[in-house]
Write a protein that binds this ligand. Structure first.
Ligand code: F6P
Length: 468
């Protein structure tokens, strides 16, 4: 058992199992953000090791204490694929796919959340800070508070929080709100998400909600203030800048362009293969531009990286079939022996290759139908140390609140998106530079370290305010 002053609780541990049965760091940005704070605070990380029926003891890794929470095959199906990704994920992304409300999935969610909360309560030192991450663990804040009233609890929601009209579909809406309100600070990506949450709390629980916080009634009759506020997440920008300046990565970018036949314009899409990302909408727009002769395969090509994700969930398997049909149709119509309209890669790549792709791409297409933040948009911007390249960004991605000099699109409006893509194609280098500089400034100033510092400062303040 450890006694950590800072305990991060996330669905996944920040490591993956390697082929030799050891562990390697997983590439996520959250690890990069929290590693320095975790080392300093004698931190512990509670999470699932990512495979069913893998039960391992606590261990130390790279200055962090890791506390694995095992999940059975059945729990992976009901808690992770079921309630997290078959109920909450589609509901919170504005019902792009139909959420399923299954009581057995909910029961597994409650049970697994309790297990995470127990592990966090055991790992926390007296008066520690416990920071819960994301929608898979919405009940954990309250479950930790019930066992450990001495600790300060933060929760950060990485995905959107929907409008009340949608949220209210959830049969367990009260339990979820009460679970989240166990936290002292509940962080969201956008101000609109925080407002949706506050409204749901007001409508369901009748708690008083003000800018200073939500007045929560504790079980013992006392009251405290919980703060619901936007803390837009970011990336480790310096790490991307460093990679983008490496000679081997710049050479690789030139090589990618050459391998694609040195087209004048390379479009790039990089997403988990998820129905929220608008991959099909983007391909439709590009396909029609080829159909109409506004683009030609000799001059332009789209590289679409779609990394495999949640493959056992029905909606994801269906989406893959759909996307692959669209790619086949567009390529079948437009490809020549030498050139392709869409280079589709259903694969994941290391960060070095991603940065080479960002440097090779003239136009980055982020056309999500709904997205908490979209860190790919920020990665592209951070990598463009040459201040060139154009970001086409959906107004439905959280990143749109910050990246105001991107070309904004509504991905449902295919005609509008086609025009926006052509504007990007035709944008002169001086205009690209002007816009990219502003985007880069924002991402570099507001990187992931600033994000975690901002959240933890608000958390410390709220503890003080509630103690006085
Ligand atoms: O940001 C949303 C999120 O679900 C994270 O919680 C998660 O780490 C990431 O996307 C990848 O999803 P998964 O863990 O389901 O592969």
């Amino acid at each position: 058992m450890s006694h950590a002053d800072l305990v991060v609780v996330a669905n996944r541990l920040p490591v993956d199992r390697d082929d030799e049965g050891g562990w390697r760091p997983s590439p996520g940005g959250l690890v990069a953000a929290l590693e320095p704070v975790m080392r300093h605070a004698d931190g512990a990380w509670v999470g699932w090791p990512g495979q069913p029926d893998l039960h391992v003891d606590e261990f130390d890794f790279s200055g962090m204490h890791l506390v694995p929470v095992g999940l059975s095959e059945h729990e992976v199906a009901d808690y992770y694929e079921g309630f997290s990704n078959g109920t909450i994920w589609p509901l919170y992304h504005d019902v792009i796919a139909a959420p399923r409300y299954r009581r057995d999935w909910w029961n597994a969610y409650v049970e697994v959340n309790q297990r995470f909360a127990d592990a966090a309560a055991r790992a926390a030192a007296p008066n520690a800070t416990v920071w819960v991450q994301d929608y898979q663990l919405q009940l954990v804040p309250q479950l930790v508070r019930a066992q450990r009233p001495d600790v300060t609890i933060g929760y950060f929601h990485h995905i959107p929080f929907p409008a009340y009209g949608l949220f209210s579909q959830l049969p367990w809406r009260r339990q979820v709100l009460e679970g989240l309100l166990g936290a002292d600070v509940i962080g969201f990506q956008r101000t609109a998400d925080a407002s949706n949450f506050a409204r749901a709390v007001h409508r369901q629980l009748r708690y008083e909600t003000r800018a200073s916080g939500i007045r929560v009634r504790n079980e013992d009759g006392t009251q405290r203030l919980a703060l619901a506020k936007a803390f837009p997440i970011s990336i480790d920008a310096a790490a991307y800048v460093e990679l983008a300046q490496r000679d081997d990565i710049r050479r690789r970018a030139a090589e990618i362009r050459a391998e694609l036949g040195n087209p004048e314009k390379i479009f790039l899409g990089v997403d988990r293969l998820d129905y929220t990302k608008g991959i099909r909408h983007r391909m439709e727009a590009i396909g029609e531009l080829f159909d109409e002769g506004r683009l030609s395969v000799e001059r332009a090509t789209l590289v679409q990286v779609a990394s495999p994700s949640r493959e056992r969930v029905d909606a994801y398997a269906q989406l893959r079939d759909e996307i692959e049909q669209v790619v086949g149709r567009i390529n079948g119509t437009h490809d020549t022996m030498e050139h392709t309209a869409i280079r589709y890669l259903h694969q994941a790549f290391p960060r070095e290759e991603m940065v080479a792709l960002y440097l090779a791409a003239d136009v980055m297409l982020v056309t999500a139908l709904r997205d908490g933040m979209n860190l790919v948009a920020k990665e592209y911007v951070a990598s463009r140390t040459d201040n060139q390249g154009v970001l086409v960004l959906s107004e439905f991605a959280g990143a749109a609140d910050e990246l105001s000099t991107a070309i904004r699109v509504n991905p449902h409006d295919i005609e509008g998106m086609k025009d926006a893509i052509m504007d990007a194609v035709e944008m002169p280098p001086t205009e690209q530079r002007k816009r990219m500089r502003k985007l880069r400034h924002r991402v570099q100033e507001h990187d992931v370290v600033a994000w975690s510092r901002g959240f933890l400062t608000a958390l410390a303040r709220s503890r003080k305010a509630n103690a006085s």
